[in-house]
Design a protein around this ligand. Sequence first.
Ligand code: IMP
Length: 423
Amino acid sequence: MNTILIGLQWGDEGKGKVIDVLSRDVHCVVRYQGGNNAGHTVVVNGASFVFHLLPSGVLHPGKICVIGNGVVVDPQVLLAELDVLKKKGIEVRDRLRVSEQAHVIFPYHKILDGLRERKRSNKIGTTGRGIGPCYSDKAARCGIRMGDLLNSRMLREKLLDNLNEKNEIFKKVFRHPGFSFEALFDEYLSYGRKLKGSVCDTAALLNERIDKGESILFEGAQGTFLDIDFGTYPFVTSSNAVSAGACTGTGVAPTKIDRVVGVVKAYTTRVGEGPFVTEFPKSLDEEIRCKGQEFGATTGRPRRCGWFDAVMVRRAVMINGVDSLAMMKLDVLDQMKTIKVCVAYKYKGKVFRTFPNDLDAMQKARPVFEVFSGWQKNTEAIRSYKDLPQEAKDYIRVIEDLCRAPVNLVSVGSSREATLSKP
Ligand code: IMP
């Protein structure tokens, strides 16, 4: 069974936990887009692990962990993540494979991320990890790939070309001194030496394993509304976070995919700038942020919080071809007297039931809410779906109907045990 797991909101839906649960039943876990802008949190026996680049399935011994061609890799971050796990007694090296076609993040990408953001009037609120500039180079055909780090002649040629152009831009446009070739060349060649044993043709590897009958879990990062094509552009990341990205980002064909699982939070959050139709008023925003510990796993920034937006999620179900939903953090709503769900938008006096692609409409639309009774009971200790309060089950049913997809999994806490299968 080959499964794609994706976020249906603006990221941070709690994918790390679902990936960890689903990883038990697969042979390989694969990241296919994004980079270390992601932050997937997994809690095991009270210990919390945050993964930025390594697939979250890595905590299951024996699973092959793949970083596909669609990912942008900061080798320094990857090595640091491997080191942290090694110190905790988790050895990953032997089962890590990194695509030779994955593009590499260099310091000039990270600096440029910040410099560009500073010049923009419409700030995106990037994570500053160099993601956008690295994907820009990929599209501009001047990127440097993981395989190039293993070939000093190729690396020299490509890096020289890059610095020739980039140093001039840094100096003339941004008044930045630019980068020295020798220092960067030596540093990245040494990353290549350290990662040599893991870099390979991961498309061939994954397809061979599928042919042998092994199962793959494709681990999406960010979320549908941060997707470069289908997100709230330009307030998006630079990769295809939707399910289709799993195919281009790994070299596994769509005909090999068996199911798509979409992850939603029981409410909505967003980090960074951009439209957010159902955003809470200030006092509720702070209350839910505090209860849900809504702070970015990568940058620590406070997440903006709001009510569940069924207009968004219904579109995400369509775009991703979602078969089933996993609903996370239901327990955060435990004490609410009433709970609102956005069922439509109002813009220029008209009511819309579909998500607009026009930025002005996204920014000015007002939510049309339906209001439901809260359950006002603690759910954190519940271990079986049937024991959830009736109001919580009703809330889940409403979301299934509005979003046109069944909920198969409900999470009521951060531990692996607080995961309820819905019959
Ligand atoms: P970038 O991906 O660093 O370029 O950031 C672009 C936008 O995506 C910003 O609003 C970030 O806050 C947001 N973003 C990127 N990665 C994540 C993530 O993993 N979770 C939530 N938001 C993210």
